[in-house]
Design a protein. Structure first.
Length: 440
């Protein structure tokens, strides 16, 4: 371990910062503006040893002597105790953080993509050297969710975690709900307002939320879950008619990340981790989460239902989470403690999406004639899928039929929809959405 020495005998915490973009620049600002308070909270001052960037001439608000383009050399410095990473991506970040951890230097990272794939490798390196690995900022920005799941609820048994973990998609779906506009025009507006990236793929196709879901599932269920284990659907196919159909059932549509314990027909408990759009009853607390905000609901056997809500992204909110981790890591260094280690003792199998219990909302165009409704109901019955709600609206020689099911396996529901798509008594299956959060 480093000895936390400055030029004199004063004890201090030397920090290397990787990245100085939107989040990194806020970290620098907070370290400077709150220096005295941070020192009081930690018991020693934080000294920023250097900031690794790609182009030093683009960061004129930062003292030039702190900037370097040689991240590896900065991480290797003897006077660095903690490496704070807000760059993103996999390489060279993975190699840099492994180097730091193997050298006994603690790591604070906001890198959800890296953690969703390489937590095991990073955690093993931290364990071997006695360093800390903290990552509150990797999930839901300023919202404290990692620490409550990993520490505050360590004495409880978490059964389910469900959340809105991507502000871009929540902004789009909220706007579609309030204006009645379609997906394409709402995405364009989100881009103009700065809520969507020029390439929104990671957000609208669910990759961002899936990485966060993998992290939360791993923590909640003491099982290693990677992004590849998470079933993923985005919001590109959501239409104005889907939003209208949800309103008719007093629901709204949200892109949800759902992680839960499920017990299959074989009696084996597994972990289900998935990201997809779903109808949510307006009485559910997540239905009221609008705009670019995030929220997470945790259900535990003893604690019951807990909800965490706030800004899930942005420079200042994410920097707040980074600084919180940095304070914890620094306290451990000053006072001789260690942060929580990776917990994977449960080693639960990850359930296939087909094994996951869920509910469907299915919209059909059918001929308006006797026997069609019974035939449609028969396809559900063949697969032991119980129907909760049926609504039929006639228009000319056809009709629109809406079916909302009770809970069944996703495989049975998907098989039913496939059969209806090919049925001679169905003109078209116009919409399929899952339903979460109670009976609409």
């Amino acid at each position: 371990m480093n000895q936390h020495r400055n030029s004199g005998d004063e004890r201090c915490i030397g920090v290397a910062l990787l990245g100085c973009g939107t989040v990194g620049s806020e970290v620098v600002r907070l370290l400077e503006s709150q220096a005295a308070e941070l020192t009081a909270r930690i018991g020693a001052p934080i000294v920023l040893r250097g900031i690794a960037v790609r182009r030093a001439n683009r960061h004129r608000d930062v003292p030039a002597e702190l900037l370097t383009t040689d991240a590896a050399a900065l991480v290797a410095r003897d006077d660095v105790d903690v490496v704070v990473e807000v760059v993103g991506g996999i390489e060279p970040v993975r190699t840099l953080l492994l180097t730091a951890l193997r050298a006994g230097k603690s790591v604070v990272t906001a890198n959800k993509a890296l953690l969703a794939e390489y937590t095991a490798e990073l955690a093993e390196a931290a364990d071997a050297s006695g360093a800390d690995l903290y990552f509150e900022a990797a999930v839901a920005g300023a919202i404290p969710i990692v620490r409550p799941v990993r520490e505050s609820l360590a004495g409880d048994r978490i059964t389910k975690v469900v959340g809105i973990l991507n502000g871009t998609t929540n902004f789009i779906l909220s706007a579609m709900d309030s204006t009645g506009a379609g997906y394409a025009e709402t995405l364009e507006e989100a881009g103009r307002l700065g809520y969507a990236e020029a390439d929104p793929t990671a957000d609208v196709d669910g990759f961002d939320a899936a990485a966060k879901a993998a992290i939360l599932a791993s923590l909640a269920f003491h099982t290693r879950v990677t992004a590849a284990d998470v079933y993923r659907e985005g919001i590109r196919a959501i239409s104005a008619s889907d939003i209208a159909a949800a309103k008719a059932l007093d629901c709204t549509v949200k892109l949800l990340a759902l992680c839960e314990r499920v017990v299959g027909e074989d009696g084996v408990e597994r972990v289900s981790a998935r990201v997809h759009p779903a109808m949510v009853p307006r009485a559910h607390p997540l239905a009221a989460v609008d705009g670019a905000f995030n929220a997470v609901v945790v259900e535990a056997e003893a604690a019951g239902r807990l909800m965490f809500y706030g800004q899930g992204a942005g420079g200042a909110p994410t920097a707040s989470a980074v600084l919180g981790d940095l304070v914890s890591v620094s306290r451990n260094l000053v006072h001789g403690g260690r942060g929580p280690r990776e917990s994977t003792y449960a080693e639960l199998e990850v359930a296939d999406m087909g094994q996951t219990p869920t509910r469907y909302h299915v919209s059909l165009d059918v001929p308006d004639r006797a026997g069609v409704l019974a035939a449609v109901a028969g396809e559900f019955a063949k697969r032991d899928v119980s129907i909760s709600v049926v609504r039929q609206i006639g228009h000319g020689e056809g009709a629109s039929l809406v079916v909302v099911t009770h809970t069944a396996s996703d495989a049975a529901l998907a098989d039913t929809v496939a059969a209806l798509s090919d049925a001679p008594f169905v003109t078209a299956v116009t919409s399929v959405l899952r339903v979460e959060g109670g009976t609409p």
